[in-house]
Each structure stands twice: as structure tokens, then as C-alpha cells.
Design a protein around this ligand. Sequence first.
Ligand SMILES: O=C(O)CCC(=O)C(=O)O
Ligand SMILES: [Fe+2]
Length: 297
Amino acid sequence: MFIDIPNELEAALIELPLPTWKLDGPFLAKSTMEEYRHELTAAPRFKETAAALRHALTREGGGYAVLRLGNLAKALGTGDRFLRLVTGFATEVAVPFSPFPRWPLWKDIGVKVDKDPGKSSGVGYNAFHMDLVNATLPPDYTTLLCVRPDPLGGGSSILSDAHAAVARLSEQSRVLLAESAYHYGTFFDLFGVGEEYKPFPILDGSDAENGFVRFTAKMLERSGLGQAHAEAARELAGELVRGQVSFMLRSGDYLIVNQRRFLHGREALGSGQETVPVADRRLLLQMFLRAPAGSAA
Ligand SMILES: O=C(O)CCC(=O)C(=O)O
Ligand SMILES: [Fe+2]
């Protein structure tokens, strides 16, 4: 699941000036994707590294990967030049896009001490979820680039195989989870992710292996579900935790999660964040990817 960049590829990438990207609506422009692919494919051992990445994300039992780009981040800094390379790697997986019309392709996830602790840039435990769970077409992949880990040592990433967790549930719970009885959050002004889905079933039923397990453990607290449906969802949350893996992202690590396979979250950050200057706090950059229709995302 951790993919190192071969030395000769690293050396070539440090010398490679990729052009600024262009967007076509919410999506990375085709011309940019072609330019990046053309430049990167010429670098030694790029093709095999990209193939290893795709394999980790789509093989049976797979569904997430961490590309270790720390040496590149050190050599180039974490500004535009580095972001273009990371965007180039992402392009080998699927099409980068931004569902939020007013935000750039890469969205900052910093640390805000006054925010809901369980949310994106909060300081607390961020329970298992998929991103944009209440859209009819959530991003196939969510990706997180670590610019700075938590200086107080918290914030491990947590991941769990959603289909494996579902398979451990009783048939009765699975029947409940397949009913359109769940809802979560608000939805407005989003591009490239379909329509609002409300209420939705957690289990799609259409494709056992590649269908979304449309789940967020956050709806257990917030959404006021009926008792039987809530109980089934709580069981699923428990199985996700039972099957979880966790690891700390280092500076330059790029986590890619196949949302049709794995759900993700984050352990609480170290306590005392208010004593850390904002500029020194944990910083991730997030980007979403859309797999071409019909591909085995
Ligand atoms: O902070 C993290 O590591 C994960 C954040 C996250 O999952 C999100 O913002 O959707
Ligand atoms: Fe997330």
C-alpha cells in the first residue's frame, strides 16, 4: 500500500518542469492531462510506478495507496511545481476535479480549533466516512496530500475495507442497510457529482464489489434515523473500526482512497492545538478524482 519512488525517477522528476494546469469546468483539462502524461511517461520507471499505483487501488482486496513523495517535497518545496507533479500522478489514476465551484483544484484542510472537532479541519476524531456521501455520484477517489503532519503527533489516517465490513454483518442488517432510510448533511452548488441523494440506501446492491458503501458514521449522531436502521448502521460502524488500519502520513505522502472500496477517517489531533501557531499546524491538501464511466474504478 506504500509506494516508494525509485531514485532515478525522483531525480528525473526534480528536473522536470511541468506546465501550469488548465481546467475545463470542474475537471482538469484534457490538454493538461495529455501534456502531463507525455512528460511523465518519458521519465525512467514512471510507467511501472503508475501501474503499481493503479494496481494497489483496484486489485482484489485493495483500495488505497500512499505514494511517498517526501524527497520530492523536500527538493521542490510544496508549492506549485510539486503540486503539478502530484497532479500528474493523480492523472494516471483518474480525472482530477473540484466539486466546489469557488475552490481551486486542491483544497486546504488545515486545523481550526473553533470548528466542529469531528469535521474536516476540526481537531477531533473524524469517524469513518466517504466524501460527498449524499451525492448520487460521489467522487470515485478522494486524495489527501500531507504538507505538514500534526506537530503534536496526532491525526493518524484510518482506513477500512467497506465491503469486508459489510460481509461480516448479519443478513438482517444488510437488508436494512439496503433500504433508502439514510440521509446526511446539506448539498448545494456542487459540480460533477450528480444530484443530492436523500434519502439513500447505504448498500447499493447493484455491484457487490465496486458499488459504493454510502456511509458516514457521522450520521449516527446527527441525522435522527429510525431505531432499526440506526442499529444496523451502528453495527457497520463497529465492523469498520474492527477492520481498520491506521498510519501517520508524513510530509510529502500522498494518500489515494478508492471510495468504492475503502472508507476513511482520522484519529484526533494531539491536544493543545491552540498553543501551536496556525502556520505550524497540520496541513493536508485534498483533491478528488473521477474515473471514466465503465472503468473498474
Ligand atoms: O484530516 C484527515 O486526515 C481526513 C480529512 C477528511 O477525511 C476530509 O476532510 O474529508
Ligand atoms: Fe474525508
